[in-house]
Design a protein around this ligand. Structure first.
Ligand SMILES: Cc1cc2nc3c(=O)[nH]c(=O)nc-3n(C[C@H](O)[C@H](O)[C@H](O)COP(=O)(O)OP(=O)(O)OC[C@H]3O[C@@H](n4cnc5c(N)ncnc54)[C@H](O)[C@@H]3O)c2cc1C
Length: 383
């Protein structure tokens, strides 16, 4: 057996692992990325792809340095999309350059609009009714429309953009519960282990006695998917609460059929809730706020899935930043949001503590791993 001393092995090819792998290799570190299922196959392929600008915090009055630092994220991603950033995303596509905030009359609209603008600056503009986009007008929506410079990424193309240049060093691990055993079996000795397996991180830390002081949380969602959507729409629909009642992004199935993917309030429920509840919630909100929507041809499906992250100090909220737990020769990482991957990259690089070897070990003898399928391409639809 050939023995490899390598700089870093990363476990988990979601956005965290893929971003770190690309960033570390770009910096000259000899890095191997091991994935147990499929590239992007956890939360990342299920993400709506929104590059958040801090809006969610502005909604709940959480205008603080966090909102300001998140508001820098869309520009940071755009640099990468132009090929001028930390990682090369020139092969990734945007589904939309911007989104709309739809505020029904009497829903604190003026206040939310003002607060949002104050938090996020120039990327937010109120749209006069005569300039409303046709797609918004066609929903029958009444109220205020606010333009937001929050881009929406096409996640499958993002996965490929990050992974394709490094495919020979992104390989399958068939014993994910025994990461060290796998490395021993293949004669691989890294100086640093990075765990980006989201839900599996805590159990692995525990098994390796690395869990002292480690706290994580799960926030469940039941995302509804609406097939044969009438047109592409990217919007946060605001209701009476401090979070959008629905966040609508549009995606394409392999045959080009449009799917609306629904996050926000309609999705926030327990994983074992009756999936029809999420669908009924979406139908109710659409009937109320988007009454002209033609839903005669639509079919529905749902995806129950946990968001997994470091434990937040504020109940019911996500942490303010990515979380890194250091123990022994390992870092356990949660980006908190796909949007925060660049910040996670900065944080990890600041913690490595040794210089890159400049080597590029050939790992192509290890088994290959495929890309994950989007949720709308592997679900059962019902009218
Ligand atoms: C429905 C939904 C919508 C979202 N929408 C957005 C959005 O619009 N914008 C945004 O910024 N964020 C969004 N998020 C949050 C975002 O998706 C997550 O924060 C992010 O994808 C987490 O990335 P990750 O790499 O940590 O985990 P994951 O994407 O879950 O990746 C973990 C990977 O590790 C693999 N793995 C697990 N254990 C092991 C092991 N032992 N060895 C090897 N591999 C292992 C898994 O198979 C998986 O591929 C959304 C989340 C959800 C659930």
């Amino acid at each position: 057996m050939t023995k490899h001393t390598t700089d870093i092995v990363i476990f988990g090819a979601g956005i965290a692992g893929l971003w770190l792998h690309a960033r570390l290799r770009g910096a000259g570190y000899d890095s191997l990325l091991l994935e147990s299922r499929a590239i992007g196959g956890g939360q990342t392929i299920a993400a709506q792809g929104i590059l958040h600008s801090g809006l969610k915090y502005a909604f709940a009055g959480k205008i603080n340095k966090l909102a300001q630092s998140i508001s820098a994220m869309p520009d940071r991603w755009r640099e990468c999309l132009r090929g001028e950033g930390d990682v090369d995303l020139t092969q990734a596509r945007l589904r939309a350059n911007s989104q709309y905030l739809l505020i029904p009359p009497g829903m604190m609209g003026g206040l939310i609009g003002l607060v949002t603008k104050k938090a996020l600056g120039g990327s937010v503009e109120s749209v006069p009714e005569k300039d409303w986009p046709d797609d918004v007008r066609r929903t029958g929506f009444k109220g205020s429309v606010i333009y937001m410079g929050e881009p929406v990424l096409d996640v499958p193309s993002l996965l490929r953009a990050l992974a394709e240049p490094h495919r020979d060093s992104i390989r399958l691990i068939n014993t994910p519960d025994d990461p060290r055993g796998f490395l021993e079996q293949h004669g691989i000795t890294p100086r640093l282990h990075i765990f980006t397996g989201a839900g599996s991180n805590h159990a692995i830390a525990k098994a390796l006695s690395h869990d002292k002081g480690l706290e994580t949380q799960k926030r469940p969602l039941v995302q509804a998917m609406m097939k044969n959507a009438p047109f592409p729409l990217y919007a946060h629909l605001v209701g009476a609460s401090d979070k959008p009642v629905a966040t609508i992004t549009t995606h394409e199935m392999k045959d080009g059929t449009l799917v609306w993917y629904l996050g926000g309030g309609v999705a926030e429920r327990a994983l074992d809730a009756d999936p029809h509840e999420a669908i009924e919630a979406a139908k109710t909100e659409f009937a109320k706020y988007l009454p002209a929507l033609d839903m005669s041809q639509v079919e529905w499906a749902t995806l129950p899935i946990n968001r997994v992250e470091g434990k937040s100090d504020t109940d019911g909220w996500m942490p303010d930043t990515p979380t890194i737990h250091s123990a022994g020769d390992a870092l356990y990482c949660w980006p908190t949001k796909l949007t925060f991957a660049p910040i996670l990259g900065d944080m990890v690089l600041g913690k490595i503590g040794f210089e890159p070897s400049g080597k590029t070990t050939d790992f192509s003898a290890l088994p290959d791993v495929d890309y994950a399928h989007a949720p709308w391409d592997k679900t059962e639809w019902k009218a």
